[in-house]
Design a protein around this ligand. Sequence first.
Ligand code: DHB
Length: 394
Amino acid sequence: MNIQHRLIRAVVALVLGVTTHLAQAQPAAPFKIGFILPMTGQSASTGKQIEGAIKLWQAQNGATVAGRKVEVIIKDDATVPDTTRRIAQEMVVNDKVDVLAGFGITPSAFATAPIATQGKTPMVVTAAATSAITERSPYIVRTSFTLPQVTVPIADWAAKNGIKRAVTFVADYGPGLDAEKFFKSQFQLNGGQVTGEIRTPLKSPDFAPFLQKVADLKPDAVFVFLPSGQGAAFMKQFGERGLDKSGIRLIATGDVTDDDQLNDMGDVALGVVNSHHYSAAHPSATNKKFVQAFEAANKFRPNFMAVAGYDGMHLIYNALAATKGKGGGDALLAAMKGQVFESPRGQILIDAQTRDIVQDVYIRKVERVPAMGNQLFNVEFDVQKAVKDPAKSK
Ligand code: DHB
């Protein structure tokens, strides 16, 4: 080989080396998570709670996973399902998000499911809780809960604690109908009798006429499900109508004795037995750290929506790490299935078959807790371990 030849080869090698080096140094596009949340409108507290949790997660865990930058986009759907769907479409087509997340109410999750399927985009539901949501798309994974999951344990508790006749009182849409159906079937299975079924409108409900009906029916207990944000108004009217002193016991899912509003409900809430998957007073080290950091960052108490948002971020970070930062809809989905980790609520599992969450459900009583600033909390006193969604495990 003559000198000229060698020189050419050396130059070619150099150029190739430099270009490959440049190609390698080119940073990958950021991994985008598109959260669609109700920041305004009827479920604004859900959006506020989940946004606080997303920010806390990133402050604690950074914005890079396996060398890939993570960008979170949060958009407000104003609690309007048509808006949720439009934003989801824009996020998938224009922003090219890698994951969709959020969904404050069931109709918003239902409206978005076909977009997740078409885009092969994982859709992490961190709030809405109607059982059927995960069946609307094979790309849906849930970190919140299902109404049947948290309702069956309180129906068991009621039957074992002297309640023989109960009236159900639920918001008239997906999660309320789930709660009504699963309370009734489980309570009857345990020998109880449902003597009335009351449904309240989802939008701007006036509970007074429905509470009058409860008073007239005189059951041993009224079982209530209302979505996050309506509990305080319900409790106020329950007290104003003297129902707290009528001998009719109030039992509920924890959506009613919501940590977001509980401390302002006052004495009328004291003693209300309810079932749910998360209490800010859950006595684990992980939860104490979570609540302390959340309150320091946001100046309000985290509720079950915040925890589901925090765990949604955890799930997405774990999945991205499992793909070594590469992502990809199907690879992320596969990595989400079967995940197990410690949440502030206790250990959680994403069931690989149903993509729904498996978790402990606690029976709690509202109490004033002297050791926690004399504030009102849902104090856990019993638990059903690793509860699957009963609507799917049949
Ligand atoms: C749903 C919304 C809530 O605020 C809640 O507490 C439970 C369920 C829902 O729309 O699915």
